[in-house]
Each structure stands twice: as C-alpha cells, then as structure tokens.
Design a protein around this ligand. Structure first.
Ligand code: G
Ligand code: G
Ligand code: MN
Ligand code: NA
Length: 254
C-alpha cells in the first residue's frame, strides 16, 4: 500500500504536526487543558486522518517511535508555553494499544519528561477502555507505574467498551471521558441523558474527574453543567488547532 511506504518517511520528512483541542471547566468558563491530536500532512493527499494511519503505524511497528515523538513534541510545547507565561494546566496525549502494551513505556516517558523539564503532573494519558481491558493484570501494573511517576490517566471513549465496574474501581485512574456518542443526543435523548447522568454519578462516587467530549451545542453544555460534569471539550469551544492558534485564542485567558 502506498500509505505504508510514505509513513516510513513521514517522521524524518517532518510531515507530522500536533494539534491541540481546548478543554474547559464544566461551566465552559475556564481553560483547564488541551488534548493533543496528531496530524499527518501527506505531500500529495493532504491531511490524512489518524483513524486511517494509526492502525497502519501499529502494523508497521512504528507507532511507538511516532508516539514517543508526540510525547516529546507535547513536552517541548508545554515548556515553550510556560516560558511565555501561558498557563495550560495539562495536556492529554492519546496512547495506542501497542504503545500501552509494549514494555518500557513508563521508563521512556520518564526520560522524555526529564529531558524536557516538564512536571509529570502536566501530562495526562488517554487510554481507551478497550485497550485497558485487553489484559487487565498487565494494565494494572502499567497504570501503577505511570501513577508512581506522577502522570494522570484518562479512560477515553468511556461507555463504548466492556469495562467491569470491579476493574474501574481497582485501576489507578483519574479521569473518565464520556464518549461523544452519548453527548450527541443530549439534552433531549432520554437514553443518552440517563447514560450521561449515570456516568457522571459513577465517576464522582469513585472520586474520578469526568469530562464530556464532543460538546457542540449550548443545550448540551447546559445539561452537563446542571449535572455537574467537571470538564467539557468539543467543537462548541474549539476544534483541534495548531499550537499558535490555541495560544492566540485562549492564551490570554489562561
Ligand atoms: O482528531 P481526530 O479525528 O482526528 O482523531 C481521530 C482518532 O485518532 C481519535 O480516536 C484519536 O484518539 C486518535 N489519535 C489522534 N492523535 C493520536 C495520537 O497521537 N496517538 C494515538 N494513538 N491516537 C491518536
Ligand atoms: O477517540 P478520541 O476521543 O481521542 O477522538 C477525538 C476525536 O474527536 C478527534 O477526531 C476530534 O477531532 C473529534 N472531536 C473533538 N470534538 C468534537 C466534536 O465536538 N464533535 C465531533 N463530531 N468530533 C469531535
Ligand atoms: Mn482522546
Ligand atoms: Na474519545
């Protein structure tokens, strides 16, 4: 496949860039962080979605290398923003299955943090529910290592997988991200509303922070605020955007 051979050179050709999508407090008022989202600018095809190329990177065995680049790039950006007085409390980075399962993750992150001089608390890792449930014993161990290092961990796409509440209680995690498929139907869809309410209540009873993704309307935000969702993220506030744009748009209020 053409994508494959092109992907092998994408890193050295500087074709990857990290975009950032802002995250806000549940009332939509205060910037609380950003999610880093990888973008590939293909020389001929233009933007290719990570949904298309991350699985190929996994197959090619390149996802760890590219994932490390994303982490280094995010740390470099955090440092740059801190130097300019732009306070972004945290940046969340998505991990792929292979990245999470491969040995040495915590050690490599520790090195990247030490090299860049970024405090571990500024970094959050987003791991999907289904990745966590593939091998729960191994996941428990890796999460404990990451926790010890001082990172925070968010369960991404929550509600779409099959995590048992028993594991949810035992995993050392910090954040649940309500999948946007449940946010879609808010506030009028009765099922989505009940699921969103249940996830928020469960997260709080487990002392977890809960963030809703895919918030696109004021009516959705109003529902989430009323039900004490801690944080919100979505096109209503901003699409994933280049770092300079995030700083220009939100840096002052940060
Ligand atoms: O921004 P959006 O269309 O682009 O992202 C599509 C999917 O790609 C999402 O599921 C998102 O989690 C994933 N993704 C985006 N950036 C990264 C990344 O740096 N690493 C991994 N593993 N997944 C990413
Ligand atoms: O799987 P993950 O949650 O990491 O995926 C993030 C994806 O969600 C990215 O593709 C991002 O562009 C997309 N996204 C972020 N906010 C919104 C939104 O408000 N609406 C929609 N439809 N997609 C969103
Ligand atoms: Mn995510
Ligand atoms: Na998600």
């Amino acid at each position: 496949l053409e994508l494959e051979s092109d992907l092998r050179h994408a890193l050295e050709q500087n074709e990857f860039v990290v975009h950032y999508q802002p995250q806000f407090s549940g009332n939509g008022q205060r910037l609380t962080g950003a999610e880093a989202l990888l973008r590939w600018h293909h020389p001929r095809r233009g933007q290719v979605s990570p949904d298309q190329f991350i699985p190929v990177l996994e197959e090619l065995g390149l996802v760890v290398q590219v994932g490390d680049w994303v982490l280094r790039e995010v740390c470099r950006q955090l440092k740059l923003w801190q130097a300019k007085g732009i306070q972004l409390p945290k940046i969340a980075v998505n991990l792929s299955a292979r990245q999470f399962a491969e040995g040495g993750l915590t050690e490599r992150i520790a090195t990247i943090l030490a090299d860049s001089g970024v405090a571990p608390g500024c970094l959050e890792l987003e791991i999907t529910e289904s990745i966590l449930m593939r091998d729960v014993d191994a996941a428990m161990q890796t999460l404990a290592d990451l926790k010890r290092l001082g990172l925070s961990v968010a369960v991404d796409d929550f509600g779409t997988g099959y995590s048992s509440l028993n594991y949810l209680k035992r995993f050392p995690i910090d954040v649940l991200k309500i999948d946007r498929s449940f946010v879609d139907g808010l506030p009028c869809g009765e099922q989505d509303a009940q699921i969103a309410r249940a996830i928020i209540a469960m997260a709080h009873s487990l002392n977890l922070t809960v963030i809703a993704e895919g918030v696109e309307s004021h009516a959705q935000l109003e529902f989430l605020r009323e039900h004490h969702c801690d944080e919100v993220q979505g096109f209503l506030f901003g699409k994933p955007m280049p770092s300079q744009q995030l700083a220009a748009q939100f840096g002052g209020a940060a």
